[in-house]
Design a protein around this ligand. Sequence first.
Ligand code: RB5
Length: 145
Amino acid sequence: MKTIGLASDHAGYPLKELVKEWLTVRGYNFVDFGTNSTDSCDYPEFAHALGSAVEKGECDKGIAICGTGNGINMTLNHHCGIRSALCWQPEIAELARQHNDANVLVMPGRFIDNATAEKCVDTFLNTEFEGGRHQRRIDAIPCCK
Ligand code: RB5
């Protein structure tokens, strides 16, 4: 059984709670790295906790949410072992898996409706990496090794 790591700031907290319900109903294991309320907070704290857990293999994939998605996505992508993709449509989430082997899905909590977000999660968790030419490209991404 795979484990999904979750992280958000205050702006992403409501959607993170919805994602937790979605994962629970479908029997996924998850670890919530916070935040735990809509009180104002700083997204790097939660993004770094999630990024480290995915890098160490403690979580197989991650889902992260802030207001626009940008701040939490930027933070996650500072981790050498993270390929974090900002997605606001299921088609982008699908390509993030097929072409980029994304291991973290980021969504913009203030700019995505719940039904679209759930489709992004479902697609992200159930789409395989295509490999081939895409493997060569993602191998060339890291500059922190
Ligand atoms: C919080 O107001 C907002 O700045 C944050 O959630 C995110 O959008 C930053 O990139």
